[in-house]
Ligand binder design. Structure first.
Ligand SMILES: [Zn+2]
Length: 241
């Protein structure tokens, strides 16, 4: 059945579901605002909720025994935080935190498991989302190894911009360095260069994107590849069934 009724949650996975299915899930979805650094799940602790972001950016992180954190992926309104639950894990070694604060729809793990059965559209969508996220993580691993800090920084800013659907968002150097897996000094240097080029302005912990095409020209190919992959995930869903 083609999508007859637009549903405006702002989460692209939920918005791609047939209306009846979304309405069935709705009573289990609780709107919440997540503050910066708020944890969505903690390392090796039971994952109690899954989250469908409406805006904001949520970071999936790996950590060392000393507590050094590196981002392995981000999730925005194109996805869901809590895939381990979908894949049958009760807990994982990594953690998820809010990177850019925002609104989410939260669902209890028990409700998710009871509602998202194999005959639902969301089940199929999440299968494809799992692959898209796996692609993102693979592409990021490659990017971190072969592309410059400047290219990676542009990639990150562009992806974040798409996810928050705004040219301005709050961000600290500390976070950006975790996200890119580089030292803070390296990030400050690159941010200054992008600022001098007129691509961004960066003050008081707020980033404003001034020249998107400048960032696109400076970014490595990874931005376009990741973006196309998620766009395909959503459009495949709207054109099947
Ligand atoms: Zn790259």
């Amino acid at each position: 059945v083609p999508q007859d009724f637009p549903i405006f949650t702002k989460n692209r996975l939920l918005d791609s579901l047939p209306r009846e299915e979304y309405e069935r899930l709705q009573p289990y979805l609780k709107p919440l605002f997540l503050e910066v650094k708020q944890e969505l799940y903690e390392p090796n602790k039971p994952i109690e909720f899954v989250y469908f972001p409406l805006d904001g950016v949520y970071s999936l992180l790996s950590l060392t025994s000393k507590g050094d954190l590196v981002e392995v992926a981000t999730v925005g309104n194109e996805g869901m935080v809590g895939l381990p639950v979908f894949l049958g894990a009760k807990h994982i070694p990594g953690l998820a935190i809010a990177q850019v604060p925002g609104d989410v729809l939260q669902m209890r793990t028990e409700d998710f498991k009871a509602q998202v059965t194999h005959d639902t559209t969301l089940y199929d969508v999440l299968h494809r989302y799992t692959q898209a996220l796996f692609n993102l993580i693979s592409q990021t691993a490659l990017c971190n190894r072969v592309h410059s800090i400047e290219q990676r920084c542009c990639r990150w800013l562009l992806l974040t911009r798409d996810r928050v659907e705004a040219d301005e968002f709050s961000l600290t150097h500390e976070f950006l360095s975790q996200m890119l897996g580089v030292r803070r000094a390296g990030v400050s240097e690159v941010a200054a260069r992008l600022q001098n080029a007129g691509f961004i302005s960066y003050r008081y912990g707020k980033i404003t994107i001034l020249d998107r095409s400048g960032l696109e020209a400076t970014s490595c190919e990874c931005y376009e590849l990741i973006k196309m992959d998620f766009d395909r995930l959503i459009s495949d869903n709207n054109h099947t069934d």
